[in-house]
Design a protein around this ligand. Structure first.
Ligand code: SF4
Length: 103
């Protein structure tokens, strides 16, 4: 249930983990917060309104992420699943596939 840009950083982290052996910490730099004391760009995980844990080493999350990614891709490419346009029209504004899905 996280925003898509969090997914994007995790996808990059998963790719990077396979390319080199150093720890990978998926991060997002929020410029407007960067000058705040104690600010860290590292993505944090945790249940809503619970203490969060920074993802300082993506290796601990990689297996679960890849498993969920595989499930998502199977769903996308499944012949049993029909394609449904999103009901959130706002998402279509910057979508590269608008001409394909005829929205
Ligand atoms: S334009 Fe893109 S986001 Fe909108 S329904 Fe089509 S594929 Fe989905």
């Amino acid at each position: 249930n996280r925003p898509s840009y969090i997914f994007q950083t995790f996808l990059y982290a998963a790719i990077l983990c396979r390319k080199q052996s150093m720890k990978v910490a998926p991060s997002l730099l929020y410029i407007h917060r960067a000058a705040s004391e104690g600010y860290s760009p590292v993505i944090e995980m945790g249940a809503p309104r619970q203490p969060k844990v920074p993802v300082g080493n993506f290796a601990f999350f990689e297996d679960e992420f890849r498993e969920r990614l595989r499930g998502l891709l199977q769903e996308i490419f499944s012949r049993e699943e029909t394609f449904c346009q999103t009901e959130e029209i706002r998402k279509c504004e910057y979508c590269d596939f608008r001409s394909l899905c005829k929205r």
